[in-house]
Design a protein around this ligand. Structure first.
Ligand code: PEP
Ligand code: MN
Length: 272
């Protein structure tokens, strides 16, 4: 009986941990794509040791080229579930199609809608329904050619289905400049704070596309008032099957966290 009670309380606790909390700056870190159990486990240990609560890892990878690595799919989801069991880290992965929403919800805590799917309304509706029924959180990235208004309306496809925690993620928009992969629109943060109650996090990795630019833009994201970050990190970026050029290695991630802690203390937040 005792055991049963403990278990039930554990489940309740799991479902009520929020992605974004007042007074906290949430850093979600992890590889672009899950490549193997060993790869995910090694970086998960780093993320856990840094005191973070959420980890990312792509199982279904929407790639611009049909010849690129498209992820381990169901096998990757299994690893994410094992990571949650082993380290207690909440997991984030991308839903790419109405067909994989249910199986992803079976295995992870946070459903991510990628930039390429921000205007896939059938997917948004399905994610809204499943997230509400199954108490999942949702991160919706900004389409790289979408206005803030279009983005907020896309988020409403999900919020209108119920009480789901929905978090916006700015990940860079397309402009004429080619020095960075996209242009990180940090002004989206104060604009969203004016227009919406939804929290907003920043993904500098996909925006800048180069690892050495990730740290300065992460500092700026914290200073501008974002509620958190999503960072690509890998134990061996040069060997990564996806987005290694923009992934922080372990040393860089540790140093970024040190710098963020300093900024967080100035702005009255705690990192988690
Ligand atoms: C990702 O986060 O893995 C990803 C593909 O990002 P985006 O949708 O912003 O390109
Ligand atoms: Mn990536």
């Amino acid at each position: 009986m005792e055991n049963k009670k403990e278990k039930l309380e554990g489940i309740k606790d799991k479902n009520t941990v929020k992605l974004i909390e007042e007074g906290y700056f949430t850093v979600i870190a992890g590889p672009c794509a899950i490549e193997s159990w060993e790869q995910l486990d090694t970086i998960a240990k780093v993320v856990k040791d840094l005191g973070l609560s959420f980890m990312r890892g792509g199982a279904y990878k929407p790639r611009t080229s049909p010849y690129s690595f498209h992820g381990l799919k169901e096998e990757g989801l299994k690893y994410l579930k094992e990571i949650n069991a082993k380290y207690g880290l909440k997991t984030v992965t991308e839903v790419t199609d109405t067909e994989n929403v249910d199986i992803i919800a079976d295995n992870v805590d946070v459903l991510q809608i990628g930039t390429r799917n921000m205007s896939n309304f059938a997917l948004l509706e399905k994610v809204g329904r499943v997230a509400n029924e199954r108490n999942k959180k949702v991160i919706i990235k900004r389409g790289w050619a979408s206005s803030i208004k279009e983005w907020l309306l896309a988020a409403e496809y999900i919020t209108s289905k119920g009480n789901t925690e929905v978090v916006l993620c700015e990940r860079g928009i397309r402009t004429f400049d080619t020095n960075t992969r996209f242009t990180l629109d940090l002004s989206a943060v104060p604009v969203i704070k004016k227009l919406s109650k939804l929290p907003i996090i920043i993904d500098p990795s996909h925006a800048v596309g180069q690892s050495d630019l990730v740290t300065p833009m992460s500092r700026a994201a914290a200073a501008v008032g974002a509620d958190g970050l999503m960072i690509e990190a890998h134990c061996n970026p040069s060997q990564a099957l996806c987005d290694g050029q923009q992934s922080l290695n372990v040393k860089e991630l540790v140093e970024l966290m040190r710098q963020l802690k300093n900024i967080a203390s100035v702005i009255g937040k705690k990192i988690r």
